[in-house]
Design a binder for this molecule. Structure first.
Ligand code: AMP
Length: 284
């Protein structure tokens, strides 16, 4: 049975024993509610790592007061069963406490963190950077795996690792999607049946936009049309539709196949995010 480790010292000792034995260790940080997107990270990690630690911790500091911290899916036994069935996870690190009562230090990223999600959710990347750095100390692995689903988060973590000289490699894994194109997410569980039927139109709109952009249609016109079609489909509000440089996330007027299209939109009470490079959106 896949072991669940609760204590920092215990997971540090386990990772140290692996590394002393010359084994390559991967860490896969998650907030649980495991789905195929998370398992894709584990499968990718298994290609290069000898041992894999999956972490599960719903991090309160990345939720604003009005957000879904209390209702966020918590299902440790089902998560353990999913890891067990996959057969690739050596231990689950599910700490009960990550912040002691007098915790008073946060990591505040700027640069790639200052835009898009950072504007829509001002506390978010400070919470993410702080918990990821702490998890890297608890699970000092050779390599950490993150999903492109949260592309800006990936950019912010790469930036933090570079800026703070953290001795870990960061690997990116492509977004896992449902057959109808909807990016898998723990938050999809919030969608009603009707909303679930509308949700794939986000990806369809991204594909149409990418096709038009790579055909040379004016950027403003394409993004405007995309917003109109999403609102027409039933999305309640759009936080952003953005075309960005794939590394810095800086705004760009030059459209290439690597340019990243990033979207955040509300469907009922659920906020969906998605992104892809233009070349991934247009079948070659
Ligand atoms: P979360 O549990 O939502 O914090 O996600 C944990 C990790 O899984 C993050 O690195 C996410 O980017 C990644 N992830 C979540 N959904 C997907 C997906 N559909 N495809 C690939 N990676 C994902």
């Amino acid at each position: 049975m896949t072991e669940i480790v609760r204590e920092k010292e215990q997971i540090q000792t386990l990772v140290a024993s692996y590394r002393t034995a010359g084994l390559r260790v991967a860490v896969v940080p998650t907030m649980g509610g495991l789905h195929d997107g998370h398992l894709a990270l584990v499968r990718q990690a298994a290609k290069t790592a000898d041992r894999i630690i999956l972490t599960i911790y719903v991090n309160p500091t990345q939720f604003a007061a009005h957000e879904d911290l209390d209702s966020y899916p918590r299902q440790l036994e089902a998560d353990r069963a999913a890891c067990e069935a996959l057969g690739l996870v050596d231990a689950i690190y599910a700490p009960l406490v990550m912040y002691h009562d007098a915790h008073a230090t946060m990591v505040t990223p700027t640069g790639a963190a200052a835009m898009l999600e950072g504007e829509a959710r001002p506390h978010f990347f400070t919470g993410v950077a702080t918990i990821v750095l702490k998890l890297f100390h608890h699970v000092p692995a050779d390599e950490a795996f993150f999903g492109e689903k949260d592309y800006q988060q990936l950019c912010v973590i790469r930036q933090m690792v570079r800026d703070l000289d953290i001795p870990i490699q960061i690997a990116a894994v492509p977004t896992e999607r449902a057959p109808d194109g909807l990016a898998l997410s723990s938050r999809n569980a919030y969608l009603s049946e009707d909303e679930r039927a509308i949700a794939p139109q986000l990806y369809q709109a991204m594909r149409q936009a990418a096709h038009a952009l790579l055909s040379g249609v004016d950027t403003g016109e394409v993004l405007g049309k995309m917003a109109t079609s999403l609102m027409g489909a039933g999305f309640a509000a759009i936080d952003y539709i953005a075309l960005r440089d794939p590394v810095t996330l800086a705004e760009t007027d030059i459209v290439t196949s690597d340019t990243r299209l990033l979207v955040a939109a509300h469907l009922g009470k659920t906020r969906l995010i998605d992104n892809a490079s233009l070349s991934d959106l247009v079948p070659r």
